[in-house]
Design a protein around this ligand. Sequence first.
Ligand code: ADP
Ligand code: GLC
Length: 473
Amino acid sequence: MQIVFLCSEYEGLLKTGGLADATRGLAQALRQQGHQLTIVLPRYGALYELPVQQQWQSVYVEMNGQQLGAAVRHLVQDDIQITLIEHHDFFNRPRPYDDGEHAYPDNALRFAFFCKAALAYLAQLPASESPAIIHGHDWQSALGSVYLKQLQQLGKLQSSRFVLSIHNAAYQQGLGWHDLPLLDLCRDDIPQQAPLSMLSIGVLNASQLNTVSEGYREELLSEPAANGLSQLYQTRQADFTGILNGCDYSRWDPATDHSLVANYSAADLSGKALCKAQLLRQVGLADSKMPLFVAVSRVTGQKGFSFLIPALAQWLVHSSSLVVMMGTGEQQFIQPLKALQQQFPSKFRFIEGFDDDFSHQLEAAGDFFLMPSLFEPCGLNQIYSLRYGTLPIVRATGGLKDTVVGLGKRGATGVSFEQPTAEDLMVALQQAESLFNDARKYKTIQQRAMNQYFGWDQAAVKYQRMYLRAFNS
Ligand code: ADP
Ligand code: GLC
């Protein structure tokens, strides 16, 4: 099949979180299964350095009675075509969605234009290269569902189908009635009884939908997880599946990871101790036999910081553990994290920022990985942590529940707790500490965790089934 992804992030090109890992991991797995892949992205400021091919096209689209043009540039990576939609005013900005503090006010228009221009380009292709599947990811590409229908009414892209993956249903990009003409939408395109947003329009109009775990799909059928869209998801239930994300083990395997000072595997864990010692030295904590809890995270409400911070503040007083975290995000959490470091200089580090190598080093160094999310569509870091033998501590929600088996259950691979409260989390932290002190039991669970398999190949097979259903629905 010719498959085109419309997406706003792709690992190695532009990343703010797991969406980038997911689009690249899935694209590569589908490619390996024999499909032709094209990834269409906006040409953000950071992508002007890329060595694009000499050949390019121009496309024009009409929005709100205005003609807008884009240059369409290409390059090839790993046998996958990367196609960039270039529009200086919309996309040549330092960050993809915001200025560091506030979302760009024209985000709806920017990403609507992205979809329209991408489809205009696809509509120009010779029939032999026309895509069977146009696969949108999140609200940024959701309007592709409507714009494809508009082109099909003009006799174009007749044999293409649009499917939508929801990586995070909390981000919808709300719209008002006044936006409809601006975005070239009419009343028939929008849901009658759901909040109006780019995402809700995509949910209504895509041929097939999925989200990134079974558990999160269940949650989206009711409130508050669905953020007002539960009825709409229910009406689309027959076309709505949960497909668990995968792990790209060519990047996330401690046996081959180039970012580490020493490699290791379930059979020989000696390198993991070296990784821990090196990391502790690097962040200025004393090398010790104390358990090390790590986290790499976007610092947002989703990730449970509202109860994680008070839990750590109490727990660190008496505990004999170390905690090292890295992330970027909301100041309301970053300031208290910095304060924790002042309060517990010999036990706690918060590194504000994101560095890809360091994220691998943290995964390898930790004994436990903290991921107490309020909600989690899938989550990738807990899956990486399993492979790195860094037992995930998760709240039992969405994809975390589907991938980590909590202590006390058969086949435990981590520690799990139910309520999003500091009290429940502290119980989990204490359980983790006691487990660590039982070296034999800890190692059994660690090796079991490392032997779990979540390859993208499994997910890709399920996506292919969804693509086939798109033709039959
Ligand atoms: P989410 O997508 O909700 O952030 P996931 O666990 O699915 O959570 O994916 C996290 C991915 O994003 C990991 O590859 C992680 O290293 C990376 N990541 C975490 N924090 C940041 C950040 N501040 N900037 C860029 N990437 C990040
Ligand atoms: C979103 C979700 C995360 C998921 C990722 C990739 O960022 O928050 O749970 O793993 O997308 O699908």
